[in-house]
Ligand binder design. Structure first.
Ligand code: HEC
Length: 93
């Protein structure tokens, strides 16, 4: 009689989902912490505000962000623009 050796060699694949340091961008807190140094949100709602279209808002936010030196990623910049547009400007895209 031969000993029956059963080899349970089923490899266990442990999938470790690594969230590689990608912290989610939060436009509201980013704005509160970074964008209120030179002006507060009053500039977005004043009567003679400069920005009068969505592309102009994109351009202005990019200019102001460049002043900060933090250099946001394009995706995050868009989230920030959409946050301002949704809260204050309400332009059609
Ligand atoms: C280094 C100073 C500075 C910082 C920091 C700054 N801004 Fe500005 N921002 C300005 C100046 C100056 C103006 C023009 C204000 C004026 O015309 O009276 C302006 C104007 C604006 C306007 C146009 C307002 C209008 O008239 O419609 C927007 C929108 C704006 N900033 C967004 C931002 C955002 C978003 C941030 C953060 C990423 C930011 N700013 C950070 C200096 C700054």
């Amino acid at each position: 009689m031969l000993p029956i050796i059963r080899l349970f060699s089923i490899p266990m694949l442990v999938l470790v989902a690594t969230v590689a340091g990608a912290t989610e961008f939060e436009p509201e807190s980013y704005h509160a912490n970074n964008c209120t140094r030179c002006h507060d949100s009053h500039v977005y709602v004043r009567d003679d505000r400069r920005v009068t279209s969505y592309p102009a808002l994109q351009a202005q936010v990019a200019r102001c962000d460049a002043n900060l030196g933090t250099k946001l990623f394009p995706d995050d910049l868009t989230l920030l623009v959409d946050h301002l547009n949704g809260t204050y400007y309400k332009f059609a895209k």
